[in-house]
Ligand binder design. Structure first.
Ligand code: SF4
Ligand code: SF4
Length: 322
């Protein structure tokens, strides 16, 4: 069997000009809290620990708020990593988009959550949709072979009916892929298991009112767009009606986490947490010890995947519909 590739989920900043309703940084008080962030030099030292071909996923906050962002991304490119970045595009001017695409990332993900009014409402920034659309179009126009331009939409009660409209925007802007990801939230089962907002990164949302009928119809309409554009459609994951109900109204049964020990989750200050959703400390970027991180991860899932794993993005695969 080929060796499992390591994915480093690298959060570069806690700063962001948006205030999305579903943002976990906002929900846990981390957003724009003025916490210390690693310098570009420290990030480079950490990256040097990984061989060429390692997958680095850069996110935030909003990574393009960092003044040294192109130093960090340029370094990733120079090391031969497979790397991509996720942005809400608010600080992205045309020159920055051109600079980014010239670095030939493996992918660029634009967070697109709705039609103009919906997207602006969900992000809390008037004009956010217009800015993102401009940057997305430009990135698609400048894309070179080897780079995928993607959109990612977090499915939530507010945009449940608008998913086909989001796909159409992505497709008309020239995106290669439109990904739709079900909202991550912790429900009563996590609370019953004794998990607090401090233990889990994912926000606790009680009484979520998802219109499952509308969401089901929206997904059906999405799938009917097959063949209309060259833009791939992906759902994370592709639930049937019963699974949808269990996800939003019940307690999806936690499963094992096959990808856990091949993932390293780094916070902007260099703190390494055990996994994408649990905030337990597993190490530090400055004194990175891969074996110690793996030990902390194994300890986390020793008795099987715990209740907080219920709606984790990492345990559901992205399923390509077309
Ligand atoms: S763009 Fe991302 S980091 Fe910023 S508020 Fe929205 S979800 Fe949070
Ligand atoms: S499934 Fe659980 S252990 Fe695995 S990454 Fe998700 S929250 Fe973490």
């Amino acid at each position: 069997m080929p060796p499992v590739k390591t994915t480093v989920m690298m959060e570069l900043t806690w700063r962001c000009p948006a205030a999305c309703r579903f943002c976990y940084l906002r929900g846990t008080g981390r957003l724009n809290a003025g916490r210390r962030e690693m310098s570009a030099a420290a990030i480079e030292r950490f990256m040097r620990r990984f061989p060429a071909g390692t997958h680095f996923y850069f996110s935030g906050g909003e990574p393009f708020l960092r003044r040294d962002i192109f130093r960090v991304l340029g370094y990733a490119a120079s090391r031969g990593f497979e790397w991509g970045v996720n942005t809400g595009a608010l600080p992205l001017e045309e020159a920055a988009v051109a600079k980014l695409m010239a670095l030939r990332p493996s992918y660029v993900i634009f967070s697109l959550h709705g039609t103009p009014a919906l997207h602006d409402g969900l992000t809390g920034v008037k004009g956010a949709h217009a800015r993102l659309s401009r940057a997305l179009r430009l990135a698609a126009a400048l894309r070179r072979p080897g780079t995928e331009v993607m959109t990612n939409c977090v499915i939530c009660p507010e945009n449940a009916r608008a998913l086909p409209a989001v796909y159409l925007q992505a497709a008309r802007a020239g995106a290669d892929r439109a990904v739709f990801e079900h909202l991550q939230f912790a429900g009563p089962a996590a609370a019953r298991a004794g998990l607090s907002p401090e233990a889990l990164i994912t926000p606790f949302i009680g009484g979520l009112k998802m219109d499952l009928r509308a969401l089901g119809a929206s997904i059906k309409e999405l799938k009917a767009l097959r063949g209309a554009f060259r833009t791939h459609l992906e759902l994370r994951p592709d639930f049937d009606a019963k699974e949808l109900a269990r996800y939003y109204k019940g307690s999806p049964r936690p499963a094992a986490c096959p990808g856990l020990t091949s993932t390293v989750n780094v916070e902007p200050d260099g703190r390494i947490r055990a996994c994408v959703l649990y905030s337990a400390k597993a190490g530090d970027a400055a004194s990175y010890d891969a074996a110690a991180v793996r030990r902390a991860q194994r300890a986390l899932v020793k008795g099987g995947a715990p209740a907080g794993c219920a709606r984790c993005c990492r345990r559901y695969v992205i399923e390509r519909i077309f």
